[in-house]
Design a protein around this ligand. Structure first.
Ligand code: NPG
Length: 370
């Protein structure tokens, strides 16, 4: 397709409840939406998953805006036609910036699918019409508050619970939540790099709670530490932050550092790289699941199509829109029914943007000619 314009739209959405992880508390989400317009008027949207501050990874919203306007947008078309499958290669000379690149590829993909009247679910070839929905539960100031939040999510029908942990908030919350939800329900923990190689003995105590996995306990860079931890504890070790590309996934699987991988398209440079990582893991019998970055209905819709692929054998962090937002920016917010989310089937990524609401939550807007 021939694209003529890129739109960078920053929106602000309040969270329905504060979300605390080992790297900080969020009460609102600043989100950069990328719109791309083709010469026939088709518009595609990408949602960038970068946070406001570089606490999860080096990328952050203002940095993404800068790298897109200064370096990525000028390279994208070079006056010619572009297809989604070429975007990663076109942008490869610019190092890193996976989330910025992913958002652009996502917008191109959406436009391409819309213009062909095809849905992402069909393009990816997922077979499941619905996917199991997991919920991510933050760190609370008291155990009582945690347990009442978890009970609420159980009542909402979620298929599994993920607890955020950090030193000082791990064994006891996990023990009590396991007691609350019973032995059958899937339970996993996410440390967002909060532990060190000195903590193996401590983390081994989690083995008694029959967890599905422990996610990213050690530093982003510490592949060998994760390999050693995987050998030292029974709970399967899952990587998130450490995997930013297919090559890194290959390495982690080869050395035994990743017994499970959380695939987040934004973190790995796009949905197409996410599918390649899925294919690799499937070939190696490594279970994968789809992570979440507090996406709006745009990202949630696309994540559903990805998570419908056969290798996604564990429930993803694809919760209902209202888990984070009182009102989503799409007309049909993602909903959880009996623990499952229906994979959207409308052309493109599958959402229908609520343009008026988007306008009302927009905090900045710039256009770049392509
Ligand atoms: O359901 O979208 C969601 C949130 C899932 O816990 C979640 N995301 O590390 O996986 C993560 C975590 C996260 C939270 C990442 C905040 C970045 C910022």
């Amino acid at each position: 397709m021939k694209f003529t314009q890129l739109e960078l739209r920053r929106i602000h959405l309040e969270l329905v409840t504060p979300f605390r992880t080992s790297f900080g508390e969020q009460t609102a989400r600043e989100i950069l939406l990328i719109g791309i317009t083709s010469d026939d008027g088709t518009v595609g949207w990408g949602e960038c998953v970068a946070m406001s501050e570089p606490l999860y990874s080096p990328e952050y919203v203002s940095g993404v805006e800068a790298v897109i306007t200064e370096f990525l947008a000028p390279r994208l078309t070079q006056g010619g036609d572009v297809i989604a499958g070429d975007v990663a290669d076109i942008l490869r000379p610019i190092k890193g910036h996976q989330m910025a690149k992913a958002a652009i590829e996502m917008a191109v993909l959406d436009a391409e699918l819309r213009s062909g009247g095809i849905n992402l679910h069909t393009r990816f070839g997922g077979t499941r019409p619905t996917i199991p929905s997991g919920v991510s539960v933050g760190i609370f100031s008291s155990i009582d508050a945690l347990l009442s939040a978890v009970q609420g999510y159980v009542d909402d029908g979620y298929a599994r619970i993920k607890l955020k942990i950090e030193p000082g908030w791990d064994l006891e919350p996990v023990r009590l939540v396991r007691e609350l939800i019973g032995p059958e329900m899937g339970l996993q923990v996410d440390a967002n790099t909060a532990y060190t190689r000195q903590d193996f003995g401590h983390l081994r105590q989690l083995d008694m709670y029959d967890l599905l996995l422990i996610e990213q306990p050690l530093d982003t860079d510490d592949l060998l530490g994760h390999r050693d931890l995987a050998a030292a504890i029974e709970t399967p070790v899952c990587l998130d932050e450490s995997i930013e590309s297919l090559t890194q996934a290959e390495d982690a699987v080869a050395i035994g550092a990743a017994e499970i991988i959380n695939i987040k398209p934004g973190r790995v440079g796009g949905y197409l790289e996410a599918v390649r990582i899925h294919d690799l893991c499937r070939a190696h019998d490594i279970p994968v699941w789809c992570g979440g970055m507090l996406e709006t209905g745009i990202g949630r819709a696309a994540n559903c199509a990805l998570a419908a692929l056969d290798g996604f054998v564990l429930p993803g962090d694809i919760s209902a829109s209202r888990r984070f937002y009182a009102r989503d920016i799409v007309r049909e917010p993602i909903e959880v029914v009996a623990g499952e989310v229906a994979v959207p089937t409308a052309p493109g990524l599958g959402y229908d943007l609520d343009a008026e609401f988007v306008e009302s939550v927009t905090t900045s807007l710039q256009h770049v000619s392509l």
